[in-house]
Ligand binder design. Structure first.
Ligand SMILES: Nc1ncnc2c1ncn2[C@@H]1O[C@H](COP(=O)(O)OP(=O)(O)OP(=O)(O)O)[C@@H](O)[C@H]1O
Length: 256
């Protein structure tokens, strides 16, 4: 579904040249959920922006759904740390925004928008304004706004990092459920090892300067997963420990 072939990206800024990513080879299957972790500045957001077609690669190529990525496409939705809702639109109006932008028939999508809001626990909030909602609720609206596009690929850049710890946990459980239903191919950037092992089929660990794939950890635990007591607790803990080790370890062990 998503193929990155020997992808590199260098930025030439006023303060010199930064090699953000080097030689990234990664193939993501349809329906797969991949988490990307790594220290600050190791190129996680750059990786998402490249897959989204928001910036070009310096070397290599990226193919999504059989087509080379050269620009942003509507099959790909991107979710950021801040929900970025339009403050003058209602909740329903925000969810329907992409429908208007893409010129789709609004009437057919109103019902779907209501359903999506109901699945994230926001039935009855359709006519509220964004400022009347908590941060977690706003992020849920933003998620519905992405899902209404029925994207083939969902790119999520630390979508829950601005939320309090409990809401954050709730949101990851919700995202797990949505992913089990919709099976959208997802790339999810996070600093949270817990989120990564709860959600991902595979966790890609990046090392910094230049960003390279250090290791890919396969989370072989059936869904729905829980970080509470379960028969898989030990396996999850083992993956968490491995990721912790990879992230804490300095980067001399990166394969050439
Ligand atoms: N537009 C840009 N111009 C110049 N340098 C950039 C640009 N975008 C990113 N970089 C540099 O590329 C490197 C990777 O940045 P990126 O934002 O992808 O890292 P990140 O892993 O997402 O970081 P964080 O975890 O802090 O969000 C950094 O050194 C950053 O300064």
């Amino acid at each position: 579904m998503i193929q990155l072939n020997n992808v590199s990206r260098t930025f030439h800024g006023r303060r010199g040249t930064v090699e953000a990513l080097r030689g990234i080879d990664l193939h993501i299957r349809e329906g797969e959920f991949v988490a990307v972790v790594g220290r600050s500045g190791c190129g996680k957001s750059t990786l998402l922006r490249l897959i989204a077609g928001l910036i070009p690669v310096t070397e290599g190529n990226i193919v999504v759904g059989g087509t080379a990525v050269t620009k942003a496409r509507r099959e790909t939705a991107m979710q950021f740390q801040r929900p970025a809702l339009l403050p003058w639109r209602t909740v329903l109006g925000n969810v329907l925004f992409p429908v208007e932008i893409f010129g789709w028939k609004k009437r057919q999508h109103v019902e779907r928008a209501r359903q999506l809001l109901a699945t994230v626990g926001l039935a009855g909030f359709e006519d509220r304004m964004p400022h009347e909602l908590s941060g977690g609720m706003q992020q849920r609206v933003s998620l519905c706004r992405s899902l209404i596009q029925s994207p083939k690929v969902m790119l999520m850049d630390e979508p829950f990092s601005a939320l309090d710890a409990l809401t954050r946990e709730e949101m990851s459980v919700e995202l797990q459920r949505i992913h089990m239903e919709e099976r959208t191919t997802t790339v999810f950037v996070t600093h949270s090892i817990d989120e990564a092992v709860l959600l991902a089929d595979r966790v890609v660990v990046l090392s910094p300067r230049p960003g390279r794939i250090k290791e890919i950890v396969e989370v072989d635990v059936p869904r729905p997963r829980s970080l509470g007591h379960s028969e898989h607790l030990e396996t999850l803990a083992r993956h968490q420990a491995r990721l912790h080790e990879l992230l804490m370890h300095k980067d001399e062990a990166v394969a050439a």
